[in-house]
Ligand binder design. Structure first.
Ligand SMILES: NC(=O)c1ccc[n+]([C@@H]2O[C@H](COP(=O)([O-])OP(=O)(O)OC[C@H]3O[C@@H](n4cnc5c(N)ncnc54)[C@H](O)[C@@H]3O)[C@@H](O)[C@H]2O)c1
Length: 274
C-alpha cells in the first residue's frame, strides 16, 4: 500500500512521459509524484489521446497534458518550450515509453522486419536521447535534476520472447550511461529502473508475458514488484535523497535479478516432471 506523502518532491517541476491508462507504470509514478508535492506535465504520443485516459489523470493530479511523439524532435522542442515557459526549467523527467513492433506482431527475432525494428529502437530507446537533447538545446534542466528511464532485465539477459525489446532496452541502458557522463557537468543525474514484469498495455503485448510474470514471481524472494511500489522507488530517485546516484541500472524486482532458482520453481518443475 502506498504510504502517505512526505513532501519529498515539494516544489519540484518536471515531465512524465508514458501514462496511458491506470495500469501504466507512469500513471502510478504520476500519482506518487503528486502525493509527494511535485508538479508535472504529462506527455504521450498524440495517438494515445484516443487510446488512453490521460486527461482523467491530469485532472486528478493538477497536471497539464502536452501531446508529443517522442520520436519527433519538433514535438519534443514544443513540449520543452512549454515547460520552460511555465517554470523556467525542470527538476525531473521520467521516460516510461516502450513499444516493440515486431514483438507485437509476433515476428520471430531471426525474421525481424527492419523498418519495424528501427521504429522499436527509435520509440523505446532513442527517444530518451532525443528528449534529453531537446532539454539541453533549451537549457531546460536545472542543476540537481534527476532523469529516470524504465527498463527490464531483458536488456542484460536473454528472455526469449522479449526479442527485439532486449536490444532496445540494452540501448536505453547504454544511453543512460553515455549521457550520464555528459549530464554530470550540468549537475544532472540519470538512472534506469529495471522493473519486474508488470501487467500493463505494453506488457501484455508480449507473447508469453503471463509465463514470464509467473516465472519471475516464483523466483523473486519478495515476489514481483508492482507499479505502485515502482512508483515509490522512483520518487526516491527523483528526490534529493539520492542526489549522488547516477548512470546506474537499478533493479526494482523483488530480488529476481540476483536469484538462480527457488524452492517454488523446483517444486513446480518437479511436479511437471513426475
Ligand atoms: N510492463 C512491464 O512488464 C515492464 C517491465 C519493465 C519495464 N517496463 C517499461 O516500462 C515503461 C512503461 O511501460 P508500461 O508497461 O507502463 O506500458 P504502457 O503501455 O502503459 O506504457 C507505454 C507508453 O509508451 C507510450 N508511447 C508509445 N509510443 C510512443 C511515442 N512514439 N511517443 C511517446 N510515447 C509513446 C504509450 O502511449 C504508452 O503510454 C516502458 O519503457 C516499458 O518497457 C515495463
Amino acid at each position: 500500500m502506498a504510504s502517505p506523502g512526505n513532501g519529498l518532491l515539494k516544489g519540484k517541476k518536471g515531465i512524465i512521459f508514458g501514462a496511458l491508462n491506470e495500469s501504466s507504470i507512469a500513471w502510478s509514478i504520476a500519482e506518487a509524484v503528486h502525493r509527494e508535492g511535485g508538479s508535472f506535465i504529462l506527455s504521450n504520443a498524440p495517438v494515445a489521446r484516443r487510446l488512453g485516459s490521460l486527461d482523467a489523470l491530469a485532472e486528478k493530479t493538477g497536471a497539464r497534458v502536452v501531446w508529443a511523439d517522442a520520436t519527433n524532435g519538433d514535438d519534443l522542442s514544443a513540449l520543452i518550450s512549454e515547460a520552460k515557459e511555465a517554470w523556467g526549467g525542470i527538476d525531473f523527467m521520467v521516460h516510461s515509453i516502450g513499444m516493440g513492433l515486431n514483438v507485437r506482431k509476433n515476428v520471430e527475432y531471426e525474421e525481424l522486419n527492419y523498418e519495424w525494428y528501427k521504429k522499436t529502437l527509435d520509440i523505446s530507446a532513442i527517444s530518451l536521447h532525443r528528449s534529453i537533447q531537446a532539454c539541453l538545446a533549451q537549457d531546460a534542466l536545472r542543476s540537481g535534476a534527476s532523469i529516470l528511464a524504465l527498463s527490464y532485465i531483458g536488456a542484460q539477459r536473454t528472455f526469449s520472447k522479449y526479442s527485439e525489446m532486449g536490444d532496445a532496452k540494452a540501448l536505453l541502458e547504454s544511453i543512460v550511461r553515455s549521457f550520464g557522463y555528459r549530464l554530470g557537468k550540468h549537475g544532472v543525474r540519470i538512472n534506469a529502473v529495471s522493473q519486474s514484469p508488470t501487467r500493463t498495455t505494453a506488457g501484455s503485448g508480449i507473447a508469453g508475458f503471463d509465463a514470464m510474470f509467473e516465472f519471475a514471481d516464483r523466483i523473486a524472494p519478495l515476489g514481483n514488484a508492482d507499479a505502485a511500489s515502482c512508483a515509490d522507488y522512483c520518487v526516491s530517485l527523483l528526490s534529493d535523497l539520492t542526489r549522488m546516484v547516477t548512470m546506474q541500472t537499478l533493479f526494482h524486482d523483488g530480488g529476481f535479478s540476483t536469484m538462480g532458482i527457488s524452492d517454488a520453481l523446483i517444486a513446480d518443475l518437479s511436479d511437471a516432471l513426475t
